[in-house]
Design a protein around this ligand. Structure first.
Ligand code: NDP
Length: 253
């Protein structure tokens, strides 16, 4: 049995499907012990959990809406209690609302997006650092924030609120990486472009997906596994000299 100092314990937020589930699977294959959170999809979470247990990976799934501080605190306490000291975090949970021009955006929509995508991500970083930093008895670690190509394009006429939330994730990644580098904690980001997941199932113009794909230089949408590979590299020791950096997984868009 591995001692606590030999275990690699990773938490992936929003691991029940899409990019988060692909990341949980890949990290499990690479020897990490896995905690992942979900919000609504208990069945998908349980199915992934059974898959990980079947290959002998210590894994837990915790229901936690990262728009709520109390859920985030519960999530991290469950990781402490059931797996042990956290060293790796992938902030993946995020929401996109249907396409809309600025005049139609109301405060409720904007708040939901910002609370989930940036406040939730920042609070998860805070809780992780309390566990990873030697100042609090930790042994260092790595954080990967899943941003979006939208943070640079701004997504005009589509979702400038979502794009702005991801721009804030980029800024957080840069600032935090500087703040905690001397504590042996690295913070990096992945900016996916159009990836085939359920995130795109809701709303939008009927021809939107085809239009998006035709604007990608590599001529196709990406797969969740292609984002997971980038996140896993940034999390692991192979990127030990990389912090405050971003990998774009956008097909060149
Ligand atoms: P999906 O919509 O397929 O999955 C979202 C995941 O996040 C699910 O596990 C969902 O849980 C969870 N989740 C959503 N809201 C919350 C919340 N408030 N609290 C906790 N968990 C939550 O998304 P993707 O896999 O496509 O996206 C993952 C990340 O990648 C997001 O941050 C997204 O912004 C980013 N991204 C995605 C792109 C794409 O084209 N797909 C492009 C650029 C960035 P549940 O299943 O329980 O609902």
């Amino acid at each position: 049995m591995l001692s606590n100092s030999e275990k690699k314990i990773a938490l992936i937020t929003g691991g029940s499907r899409g990019i988060g589930a692909a990341t949980a699977r890949l990290l499990a294959q690479r020897g990490y012990h896995i905690a992942f959170s979900y919000r609504d999809r208990k069945e998908s979470a349980e199915s992934l959990l059974s898959e990980l247990h079947a290959i002998g990976v210590p894994a837990i799934a915790v229901r936690a809406d990262i728009a709520f501080k109390v859920d985030i605190l519960h999530l991290f306490r469950e990781v402490d209690r059931q797996l042990g000291p956290l060293q790796y975090l992938v902030n993946n949970a995020g929401i996109l609302k249907p396409q809309m021009r600025v005049e139609a955006m109301d405060a409720e929509r904007i708040n939901q997006i910002l609370t989930t995508n940036i406040t939730g991500t920042l609070l998860c970083c805070r809780e992780a650092i309390k566990r990873m930093s030697p100042k609090h008895g930790g042994k260092g670690g790595a954080i990967v924030n899943i941003s979006s190509g939208a943070s640079r394009s701004g997504s005009p006429n589509e979702y400038i609120d979502y794009a702005a939330s991801k721009g804030a994730v980029d800024t957080l990644t840069i600032g935090l990486s500087q703040e905690i580098a001397s504590e042996g904690i690295r913070v990096n980001g992945v900016r996916p472009g159009f990836i085939h997941t359920e995130m795109h199932a809701e709303g939008g113009e009927p021809d939107r997906i085809e239009r998006l794909k035709s604007s990608i230089p590599l001529g196709r949408g990406g797969q969740p596994e292609e984002v997971a590979t980038a996140a896993a590299w940034l999390l692991g020791d192979e990127s030990a000299f990389t912090t405050g950096a971003f990998i774009d997984v956008t097909g060149g868009r």
